[in-house]
Design a protein around this ligand. Structure first.
Ligand code: NAD
Length: 482
């Protein structure tokens, strides 16, 4: 049992003002495994004030040279990596992520993201003098945007935190992180790493809490930029607040991506990649392909293959390395996923595999991986994000129709194309209305911008684009040309 009574603000763990607490349950056992304070307005005020002080300190973080910041970020990456086993186990206990996939996504990749930004800030040109067209010249300088509020969901807490905190730190910003209540316990290990890495006080502050903590933080007058990952519904509310305040905001929201299987694709050879693209983290992954589009001529073969994939998945304890599909994060989330399954049945879709709860598990919020066929592309199952292990297999007659079905979505986050001909796959990928697409593969890479269009969000994380989102430009016009 991990009961926390403190909040990480201004470089130390100090008692929370808030009397309200968050209970954290194990997704697999449904038992309470810990608790933490739910930060209230006073706590958020203290965290923002600490971040503000650290940012405004004339000899502080934002005034450090890129090399000094990069060295500190690298120390932090080392400290996080040293705690990877603890972080991995704790996150899996809280959100049900199979530990076998957790190693890479929860510990390895976050450290890689921090190191990428440490390296990038060393080599990024932060000031340019441009010869003017009117006789003078202009100095264009990149400056850190200020205090960043980072609001994080429960599905990949360490990775999503890294996508927000790493570029902000590199830019010279200071940060207030609000973890999700479902996965709040690992944020205390994150705080330990901040201290061990000697990151100056106030540069990173953490305020666990629910929606009210998040919305108070978003509109706080001491915050200069908001970066949010979560549902489209909450993203719209945050966009509205930031619109009123004219506050820069990055929004990484939901998705309903499609996998397009071309007629030359070798499904058997790509079975592992197809599993990752459709069922990773029990379906609780924003970029998953809940819609699988297959040529009508290969429909029966595909149905058999995906039914085998879904029926053959090893369901069980997320901490068991052989588990491929663990429980969903909470009882409330399982109810939502089961409501999607029930609605799809009412809408006339045909259950090919799964559809219920695994009979061998009497505790934990498990749902069987589920495959539907006969799914109308305009039905709820084809249009709405389920965020669980529920797949819709749909036939297409020609590639134009496949692209049209894939693009017929309110969302535009990800997608994949599966083919023996990579260059043809790239051409199809470029026709998809989506921020990112993979060909025979899908994995975020630190070097490339990640994010969505349409209802999947605004702005990009990762790559130099993610760094630029934490900077503001300042121009000085000069009358002389040299
Ligand atoms: P959520 O929107 O319910 O919550 C996300 C975070 O926002 C949590 O920390 C929550 O406490 C906080 N929050 C809730 N209401 C708020 C408000 N009014 N103001 C400020 N903060 C508020 O989402 P979730 O259920 O935690 O995560 C699942 C969703 O996240 C899915 O829709 C998924 O697609 C999306 N997601 C997107 C990406 C991406 O990169 N595009 C990545 C992961 C998850």
């Amino acid at each position: 049992m991990i009961d926390q009574n403190t909040l990480f603000i201004g470089g130390t763990l100090s008692p929370a003002h808030a009397p309200e607490r968050i209970e954290v349950l194990s997704a697999a056992t449904e038992e309470v495994i810990g608790s933490a304070p739910a930060a209230d307005a006073d706590d958020v005020d203290a965290a923002v004030a600490a971040a503000r002080r650290a940012f405004d300190d004339p000899r502080g973080w934002s005034a450090w040279s890129p090399d000094e910041r990069a060295a500190a970020i690298e120390r932090f990456a080392d400290e996080l990596e040293a705690r990877a086993p603890q972080l991995t186990e704790l996150v899996s206990s809280q959100n049900g992520m199979p530990i076998a996939i957790a190693g890479m996504l929860k510990s390895g990749l976050p450290a890689t993201v921090y190191r990428y930004y440490a390296n990038l800030i060393r080599t990024t040109e932060l000031e340019q003098t441009r010869p003017g067209l009117l006789g003078g010249r202009a100095i264009v300088r990149q400056a850190p945007v200020g205090v960043v509020a980072a609001i994080v969901p429960w599905n990949y807490p360490n990775l999503v935190t890294a996508l927000k905190v790493a570029p902000a730190l590199a830019a010279g910003c200071t940060v207030v992180v609000k973890p999700s209540p479902e996965t709040v316990l690992d944020s205390y290990i994150f705080a330990e790493a901040v201290v061990a890495a000697n990151i100056p006080a106030g540069v990173i502050n953490i305020v666990p809490g629910r929606a009210s903590t998040g919305s108070y933080l978003v509109s706080h007058p001491g915050v200069d930029k908001v970066t949010f990952t979560g549902s489209t519904a909450v993203g719209r509310q945050i966009a509205k607040t930031c619109g009123e305040l004219l506050r820069p905001v990055t929004l990484k929201l939901g998705g309903k991506s499609a996998a397009i299987i071309l007629d030359d694709a070798d499904l058997t050879a790509n079975i592992e990649g197809l599993f990752q693209a459709t069922l990773l983290n029990n379906g609780q992954t924003c970029v998953l392909n809940g819609r699988i589009l297959v040529p009508r001529t290969r429909f029966d073969e595909s149905l058999e293959l995906f039914a085998g994939l879904v029926n053959g998945a090893v369901i069980g304890d997320p901490l068991d390395p052989s588990t491929q599909v663990g429980p969903l994060v909470s009882a409330a989330h399982r109810n939502r996923v089961e409501a999607h399954i029930a609605k799809a049945k009412r809408d006339g879709a045909n259950i090919v595999a799964g559809g219920g709860r695994p009979a061998h598990l009497d505790r934990g919020w498990y749902v069987q991986p589920t495959l539907f066929s006969d799914v109308d592309p305009s039905s709820s199952l084809a249009q709405e994000e389920v965020f669980g292990p529920v797949l819709a297999l749909m036939p297409y007659d020609d590639i134009g129709q496949a692209v049209q079905i894939a693009n017929d979505s309110a969302y535009g986050l990800a997608g994949t194309v599966w083919t023996a001909d990579e260059s043809h796959g790239i051409k199809i990928a470029e026709q998809l209305e989506s921020g990112t697409v993979g060909v025979n593969y899908y994995m975020l890479d630190p070097v490339a911008p990640f994010g969505g269009i349409k209802a999947s969000g605004l702005g990009r994380e990762l790559g130099p684009e993610g760094l630029a989102a934490c900077m503001r430009t300042h121009t000085t016009y000069l009358s002389t040309s040299a």
